[in-house]
Design a binder for this molecule. Structure first.
Ligand SMILES: Nc1ncnc2c1ncn2[C@@H]1O[C@H](COP(=O)(O)OP(=O)(O)O)[C@@H](O)[C@H]1O
Ligand SMILES: [Mg+2]
Length: 216
């Protein structure tokens, strides 16, 4: 299997006349931690969603040499932490964490065990029975990290995961995310418009007007 997990070739995504992502060629290799910076509206989320296989390109191509075809990406191999709240309100924390595993065909016992282990590894096992509405923003994002890591993905995308957190809470959440990504040996691509977040990562790409700069 290739060390290149995802590669784009002059990929663009348009919405009507608007060019959100404009002819980007890039690749992400196993073990990398990449931060994508850029102002609001520069195309960071669109690029991340393309890389995660959640959006289809308007032109150009994307392949996942080290993972498989688009159909094989989710929910185990490639996982995404979204910008806003993403927990399902009617489910408890542990049910939220177990859900992607159940959708992937795990039996209830093993899904529950993996969910409990993911919560414990993040030190939030005490939240297991809570409802999402009872959580603080920082706690909810930790649960979102646990949900992603329960499936031991190869490739983790995080779209401004700290965008709605104050700085100390954001820093703690990123510590948790970085440790968790290391623990499962995953590769991380994260977007942010916060310079202090970007400084944590050595590989920096920046976006402006749908174009990518700083790619080595
Ligand atoms: N689903 C969509 N429909 C129409 N326009 C969109 C959609 N998603 C993104 N855009 C537009 O594409 C551009 C890039 O958006 P986005 O990728 O969300 O940027 P960023 O994440 O850097 O803020 C923006 O002008 C945004 O309004
Ligand atoms: Mg965005």
């Amino acid at each position: 299997m290739s060390d290149i997990l995802v590669r784009t070739n002059r990929v663009s995504r348009t919405y009507g006349a608007l060019v959100a992502v404009d002819g980007i060629s890039c690749q992400v290799s196993s073990g990398q931690r990449i931060v994508i910076t850029g102002p609001s509206g520069s195309g960071k989320s669109t690029l991340l969603h393309l890389l995660a296989g959640l959006e289809t390109p308007s032109s150009g191509s994307i392949e996942w040499p080290g993972v498989g075809a688009r159909e094989q990406l989710r929910p185990r191999a490639v996982a995404t932490i979204f910008q806003g709240p993403s927990l399902l309100p009617p489910l408890t924390v542990i049910e939220n964490v177990a859900l992607p595993l159940l959708l992937d065909g795990a039996d209830e016992g093993s899904a529950a065990a993996a969910a409990a282990a993911a919560l414990a590894s993040l030190g939030i096992e005490d939240l297991a029975g809570k409802m999402p509405e009872e959580l603080s923003g920082g706690q909810a994002q930790r649960v979102a990290v646990a949900r992603v890591l329960a499936g031991a993905p190869r490739l983790v995308f995080a779209d401004e995961p700290t965008g709605q957190l104050d700085h100390p809470t954001a820093a703690k959440m990123l510590d948790v995310l970085d440790d968790a990504v290391s623990a499962v040996g995953a590769t991380l691509v994260l977007t942010t418009h916060d310079r202090r977040v970007a400084e944590r990562y050595s590989t920096k790409w920046s976006m402006a007007d749908g174009r990518l700069h700083g790619v080595d």
